[in-house]
Design a binder for this molecule. Sequence first.
Ligand SMILES: Cc1cc2nc3c(=O)[nH]c(=O)nc-3n(C[C@H](O)[C@H](O)[C@H](O)COP(=O)(O)OP(=O)(O)OC[C@H]3O[C@@H](n4cnc5c(N)ncnc54)[C@H](O)[C@@H]3O)c2cc1C
Length: 307
Amino acid sequence: MINKDVLIIGAGPAGMSAALYLARSKYSFEIVEKNMIGGKLNITTRIDNYPGVPSTDGFTLADTMKKQLESFNIKVKIDEVIDISKEKDGFYKVFTKNEQYLVKAIIVATGTETKKIGISNEDILVGKGISYCAVCDAFFFRGKNVLVFANERKGYLESLYLSQVVGKVYLVSDKDQDDLENNLSKLKSLENVEFISPYKITKFNGEDYLTSVEIENIETKERKTIDVDGCFPLIGEVPPTYFLNKLSLVKNRDRIVVDEKCLSKGDNPGIFAAGDIIDKNLNQVVTACNDGAIAATSTIKYLNSLK
Ligand SMILES: Cc1cc2nc3c(=O)[nH]c(=O)nc-3n(C[C@H](O)[C@H](O)[C@H](O)COP(=O)(O)OP(=O)(O)OC[C@H]3O[C@@H](n4cnc5c(N)ncnc54)[C@H](O)[C@@H]3O)c2cc1C
């Protein structure tokens, strides 16, 4: 059993920002990451809107943040948190795949995971034509043709945004036309948007870069190949909260509801959350770092109050 004051779960921008603030306090902590340090930065082609770092790619920004942690002697542990239980006297027991921790406070910074189509080639072409964030990446497809796969209002709204930036949008949906009509008739009236339904994506073509997308009519099984420069599967995000089931957290849209101090709502003193995992309006690197800083300073105040 490892005893620490705080455990930070997730080493994306939110978790790393929290670590930087905690490193300057007297409290002991560990930061664990189940996958790659940098989180979603690692699948971000280019970042133009993080102040102080003009036009970089996400991987480089993640590496810069990692080096900044190292300069504070912070080492990220590669491990996955799988369960958390509430113990006596305000402690929490955290189970990872390899360790058990006993801590007084936790900062949950686990982001969200994009829902994937789940077919071969998809993972290989992420960042090479396939993107899951229209607001972030539309710019890179200026004047080009893209295919959007969407079946709910958020995806349709992102298609509307894309239609103002790219050349043509093929909007493929497995829902019927009426669904679009009910949700966003404006989109249907645009000249550079072609609505194709009810189809599903069956194949992504391209080796170094996406060249076309194959789709299949879910009723007639008719197949089409559409030549495009980009594809945006916009079928939502899943927050990874499977390890939080034993805590009575308040959630909205499956995201953790927090107060202005990033303290989770519900009966869990010492459980803070930051970044995309929280219920908020704007999921960006700069807001994740902001949340991480707030969660860490609130955690320090919480630990001070226990003395
Ligand atoms: C394609 C794309 C392009 C984007 N472009 C931009 C942009 O241009 N500008 C911008 O500001 N933002 C952009 N964003 C959004 C930005 O990347 C996110 O808002 C930001 O990364 C959120 O940071 P986070 O730390 O909250 O979460 P994440 O970056 O998602 O990091 C969370 C980390 O927690 C880890 N984790 C999850 N569960 C566990 C567990 N059980 N145990 C241990 N670790 C766990 C994950 O592996 C991950 O590394 C983009 C996003 C995408 C997908």
